[in-house]
Every structure is written in C-alpha cells, then in structure tokens.
Design a protein around this ligand. Structure first.
Ligand SMILES: [Zn+2]
Length: 161
C-alpha cells in the first residue's frame, strides 16, 4: 500500500480516511468435494478469501450511519406494528409463541430493511457508487469471486484455506 490519499469511492469528491474504510469480504470457491463417510456425507470445500478495503471519507461515513439509523428505526416500527396486530392481538398465542413469532418476524423481515435503506437513499437524493462497482471488487467478481467471506454451503470437515 502506498501512503498517498485515496479519493472516497462513494462520493468521489473528498479524500478518504483510514478510519472510515469499509471492509468488503470476497471469496472464490476453488473446489467442493462431497465424499460418503460412515455417518453420512462430508463436504470439503477449498476457497480463497480476502478483504478489500473501500476508501471512504468522513462525510460519507456519517451519511451511511444516518441512513442505517433511519432505516433501522422505520424497520423496527413496521415490525412492531406487524407483531402487535398479527401476534399479540391474537388471543390464541401463548407467551412463548409471541416471543418466537416476534423473533421470526425480525429475521425474515431483513429484506424489508434493505428495501427501506434503499428508499431512504432515494428519498434524500443520495447518489453514490455501489460497493460492487469498486474497480478491485468488480474485477474479482468478473473472475468468479463472490461477495461474502466464505461459501454459503458447508458441511462437516469444512476445510478452509
Ligand atoms: Zn465520500
């Protein structure tokens, strides 16, 4: 790495600062081999992984955390209304069911959270570059790398490199 200041990838206006860098995990599956062993199937996976640091400026970092806060609050309000109407007001639900139901709503609602974040960005007219378009990432994605720190599917005897 060189010492010179990089431009913030998101706004392409300000200089980036190391403390606001966004780590982006990326991996490439080299080989996945399933073998049958005594107690079932074991899958060995070999993959490469690395973290790419996307340069970001202080201002974009602040915008990102605001977007996150606004989205998180809206998301929790939507979930609360849903949980209240569908789960708590349903007299047949026991306390356990209410807790389990609420947790499930929060987990399966995550795509809604992502949609809200997207809407918030649109609403505030925030135009910025996407992580996936950062040249180093775009280059790896075009060579068969995928986002995330490791392959999704895994079995016992999970070997990483
Ligand atoms: Zn910026």
């Amino acid at each position: 790495m060189t010492d010179f200041q990089k431009l913030c990838w998101y706004c392409e206006k300000n200089n980036s600062q190391d403390e606001y860098t966004v780590p982006y995990d990326i991996h490439k599956l080299i080989r996945r081999k399933g073998t049958y062993v005594i107690f079932g199937r074991s899958v060995k996976t070999k993959y490469l992984s690395k973290t790419i640091n996307i340069p970001r400026c202080k201002k974009c970092s602040q915008i990102h955390s605001k977007i996150f806060d606004i989205s998180a609050i809206s998301y929790l309000v939507i979930c609360a209304i849903f949980i209240w109407n569908k789960i708590i007001l349903n007299n047949e639900n026991t306390f356990d069911q209410i807790i389990i139901g609420s947790v499930l709503v929060l987990i399966f609602g995550i795509p809604i959270f992502l949609i809200i974040s997207w809407l918030v960005k649109k609403l505030f007219g925030i135009k910025e570059n996407r992580d996936e378009d950062y040249p180093e990432i775009a280059n790896l994605l075009s060579q068969g790398w995928e986002s995330g720190s490791k392959p999704y599917l895994k079995g016992e005897n999970y070997n990483s490199k």
